[in-house]
Structure formats: C-alpha cells, structure tokens
Ligand binder design. Structure first.
Ligand code: AMP
Ligand code: ZN
Length: 460
C-alpha cells in the first residue's frame, strides 16, 4: 500500500507520515478569528485540510482520526467590531461562527472532531502562562505576561529565520515593559470596557498564540501528528505556538503543513483593489459550493493559487459533465489506485483530478463517481436532455458505438441469430439505454437515467 507522504515545513522535506498512534491520528489547524464573513482565501486551508482529513479517515478509519480547528473568539478586531456596531461581542462571535460553519459546509467541508472556542479555554491558557513563568520562559511586566524569546534556543527554526531577520521583517511591537522587542504577549491587561478574565496577573485577556498551544494540549495531548494553517501564519504565530508548547514541556506537532496564499485574477486580494469577496458572495451568485471546492483542488496546496473567472467557468463545466455522466450510477466500492496515490503523495489534488479525467475518458463512470464522493464533489444536476447527449459524450465515441451495435443487432435479427441479438439487447438494458425498432425499419434509442456506456464495450 502506498504510504502517505507530506511536506513538512519543519524539515523542508517530504516525509512518510508515521502516526504516533495509528488508532488516534491527530491534526490541529488554526481556525478563523470570528468577526466577519470568511473571504475566499480563508476557504483554502479549510478545503485543503478537509481533504487531508478525508484521506486520513479513509486510511486509518473514521473513528481513528481527530481533527481540531479552533475559533478565535477573543481578539482586538472583534472588540473593535463590537464597539463600532454597538452590538455585543457574543452576538458578533456567535453570528460569525454560524456563518463560517454554513459557508464551509457549502464548500463540502466536514466539521472537525472538535471546534473549541478560545474563550472556553482561558483557564488552560492561564495555567500554561503560570507554568512558563515558573520554568523561566516567561515573565510578568505591568500586568502583561511575555514570552522570553531568548529562553528558547530554537526560536525561528520553523520558518528558518534568524532573530535579527525577524526583528527587521516583522511588525514587532516595541514596548517599555519588554526585555527584548521580539518577546510576545501571552497575557495582557484589560480595561473596564474590554473583555477580561481574572488571573494571577490581574484582570486581562490572552494574547493570540497561547490559545492554540493550550487547546492543542488539552484536546490532542502533549504530542500530535499534524499541524496546519496558511503560510502567513508560519511567522510569528506558529513560531510562537512552538516556543510556548515546547518550553511548557510538550513535544507538540511532528509535521507542519502550510498552504500557500490565494490571489484573485493575479493580484493580492484586497478591499482597496475591489477584488475582495467572500465565500457567501459566490454562493449567492449561484456558484455551487462544489465548483468552488473544485477550483481550489485544481491547484496543489503548496502553490500560490489564482482565483479566476475562467477557472470557475471551466470547473463548472467539468463538474456538470461529470455529474450528468454519473447520475443514477452506483459508486465503485474501491477507490481508484492512481487517484488515491496522488492524494497520498503530499495531497496532490491536481494529480487526483487528472486521474478523474482519465476515468471519464475510459468510461469508468462508477470509479469517477466514487472519486467525486471521496472529494465531496457530487452535486445534483437536472437529467441530461437528449440534446446535450453529444456534447456530454464528446470525444468518447459513444454514439458511433451505439449505432454500430444497433446495426449488428438488426443484422443478427435478419439472419435469426437470436443469441447475438439477445446479447446486445441485454447490454443495452444493462447500460440503461432504451432501443426501439419502429415498424418502418427505423431505430430510436434513448439514454435513461443511470446510462452507463461502459456496459456496451467489448461486444463487437
Ligand atoms: P485569519 O482569520 O485571517 O486568521 O485566517 C484564517 C485562515 O485563513 C488562516 O489559516 C490563514 O492562513 C488563511 N488565509 C487567510 N488569507 C488567505 C489567503 N489569501 N489565501 C489562503 N489562505 C488564507
Ligand atoms: Zn494557531
């Protein structure tokens, strides 16, 4: 059996995945900060890691994979949104969380096993802060708790940066209470208008990074298999997660995976360029979620991806064709080898899609349907009318094949070779093709639901 290999950011190599416990394969992916609709770029990690989740479940069994994706529901952007809208924080985070779940379900993502909200794990974050102080990796200053970057020798290893580069390249906040400008916040004080929790350092709230360290520890244990997120999170977020967790005594994640960014029509997506849109915008325009998903899967997750109108159109046409071709057919029990091997090869979804095109060309529609179900790409289309028949089977040589068989059948009948005419008639039935001989000698045939031309092969 082909093993799963994954590109590990930490080693910069593709490695065979060897789960710590194959009965409990564990993955953590950084989730959204909930204050607004997910934009189209936010769907990329969701679709990438959902595909990996499905692959892991296929290989190790549905009950043997645990996937955690958090909701960051404490953040200054949320506070600002509440202040400007006059609504409560909880109202905003509840509403946005539900939007996110609905939009991600629409693009075919399964819900992770656990979806912890940061605010439900404050006690664990405080405990981790205290532990880091006790171990000399963090210090308290003016109501803040700061992680001391100098106390962790491997700081910067994940992204391969030196501390000097990091200082130069990052927007590090210089603050008088920091011993080193690179030190980052684990806890900060809250004034009376800002959400806060009691802590040994006074009323305050967590910095962003500590939540993932604390929740991964609580829900996945001291070590787990895969940690994922967009590569914009590699530094500082993931470096900081690693520093905190390692210094608290956890082994933390073995494999680090990062998806590349999404652009729109060749440009970075931004509100000022007018090319910013949300997943909901597309759904509202009538773009099926499966089409959105297909566009994402067409590009390997470690390559920058460009969302274009042209790709969307092509994806729509392909999926519509595949859906019509497989409508009413049973999916194969077995998953095609080339398809699965591509996915196992560092989640080569583009390769998997190439394997699906091949299944179509070889009239292996049951296999195609199984692959579509595997990737959550099936969607309901109206039955094909006879007018689209030729378009649908374009290049597949189906109509000439039927016509030849009909002629063979007529010939066999004429010479009373009923064995042969019966064989062809049964093949037509198996293929869900109704053929009728008119009294004037003409023949009409009609493709019925579940039409499967592969059943017509090998008869001539
Ligand atoms: P955020 O809510 O901004 O923290 O982002 C949530 C997730 O979306 C993170 O994993 C980000 O890396 C990812 N993300 C944000 N923008 C993009 C983008 N343009 N392309 C791909 N992933 C993105
Ligand atoms: Zn995180």
């Amino acid at each position: 059996m082909t093993p799963i290999t994954l590109h590990n950011t930490k080693t910069r190599k593709k490695e065979v995945l060897e789960p710590i416990d194959p009965n409990n394969v564990r993955m953590y992916v950084c989730g959204p900060t909930v204050y607004d609709r997910a934009h189209i770029g936010n769907a990329r990690p969701v679709i990438v890691f959902d595909t990996l989740f499905r692959l892991l479940r296929h290989v190790y069994g549905e009950d043997h994979v645990k996937y955690v994706r958090n909701f960051t529901d404490v953040d200054d952007k949320i506070n600002a949104r509440a202040a400007e809208s006059g609504r409560s924080i909880r109202e905003i985070t509840d509403e946005t969380t539900q939007w996110y779940l609905d939009d991600m379900a629409a693009v075919g993502a399964l819900e992770p096993t656990h979806m912890p909200r940061a605010t439900e794990y404050i006690a664990q974050m405080v405990a981790m802060g205290e532990d880091l102080i006790a171990k000399g990796h963090a210090y308290e200053a003016e109501g803040h708790v700061l992680f001391s970057v100098e106390s962790y020798e491997d700081y910067g290893k994940l992204s391969g940066r030196s501390v000097d580069d990091m200082i130069a390249g990052a927007r590090v906040e210089i603050a008088p209470y920091k011993r080193n400008p690179m030190d980052f916040v684990i806890w900060k004080p809250s004034d009376k208008d800002t959400p806060g929790w009691e802590s040994p350092w006074g009323r305050g709230r967590p910095g962003w990074h500590i939540e993932c360290s604390a929740m991964a520890h609580e829900l996945l244990g001291t070590s787990f298999d895969i940690h994922g997120g967009g590569n914009d999170l590699m530094f500082p977020h993931h470096e900081n997660e690693i520093a905190q967790s390692k210094c608290a005594g956890d082994d933390f994640a073995n494999v680090w995976m990062h998806n590349e960014m999404l652009q729109v029509e060749g440009k970075k997506m931004s509100k000022s360029l007018g090319n910013f849109f949300t997943v909901r915008d597309l759904l509202d325009q009538g773009v099926p979620g499966e089409v959105i998903r297909f566009v994402f899967l067409s590009t390997h997750y470690r390559k920058p991806m460009d969302w274009t109108e042209k790709k969307r159109e092509e994806a729509e046409k392909t999926l519509e064709t595949w859906s019509l071709l497989t409508k009413g057919l049973e999916a194969s029990d077995e998953i095609d080898d080339a398809f699965l091997s591509s996915l196992k090869n560092d989640l080569n979804t583009a390769g998997a899609i190439a394997a699906m095109h091949k299944m179509k060309a070889e009239l292996r529609f049951n296999d195609l349907k199984a692959a579509m179900e595997f990737l959550s790409l099936t969607y309901d289309v109206d039955p094909a009318s006879e007018e689209v028949f030729d378009w649908l089977y374009e290049g597949l040589n189906v109509r000439p094949l039927i016509e030849e068989l009909v002629e063979e059948m007529s010939k066999a009948r004429a010479i009373k070779d009923y064995d042969k005419s019966d064989l062809i008639r049964k093949a037509f039935m198996a293929a869900n093709l109704s053929v009728s001989f008119d009294s004037d000698g003409g023949v009409t045939y009609k493709r019925e639901e579940g039409f499967d031309p592969s059943k017509l092969e090998g008869l001539l």
